[in-house]
Design a protein around this ligand. Structure first.
Ligand SMILES: [Ca+2]
Ligand SMILES: [Ca+2]
Length: 91
């Protein structure tokens, strides 16, 4: 199983290489534009970050567990921004 660090690194690379800002990445993956990322939208982000299909589901759950601060099972912009900050610190 890929290490957490490697997974976070892939997400970081995706955001840096494909989007001007974390905000742009958030808007891209928030397909329905309602200001929150659902499990499904995060799953697609991980797919684009080339996270292996076998672990993608569990990584999605772990990310929500780790970064969903208000406990609504969704990642809003504020939560996404602090996640990106934490990822940048840890990689
Ligand atoms: Ca959404
Ligand atoms: Ca939330």
């Amino acid at each position: 199983m890929a290490s957490k660090k490697k997974i976070l690194r892939k997400i970081q690379i995706l955001i840096i290489n494909h989007y001007e800002t974390p905000e742009e990445a958030f808007d891209f993956f928030d397909k329905n534009g309602n200001g929150t990322l659902t499990k499904r939208e995060i799953y697609k982000l991980l797919k684009q970050a080339e996270i292996n299909g076998f672990i993608r589901g569990i990584v999605t759950s772990k990310l929500i567990e780790g970064y969903d601060k208000d406990g609504d099972d969704l990642i809003n912009w504020k939560e996404f921004r602090s996640a990106v900050k934490e990822i940048n610190k840890s990689t």
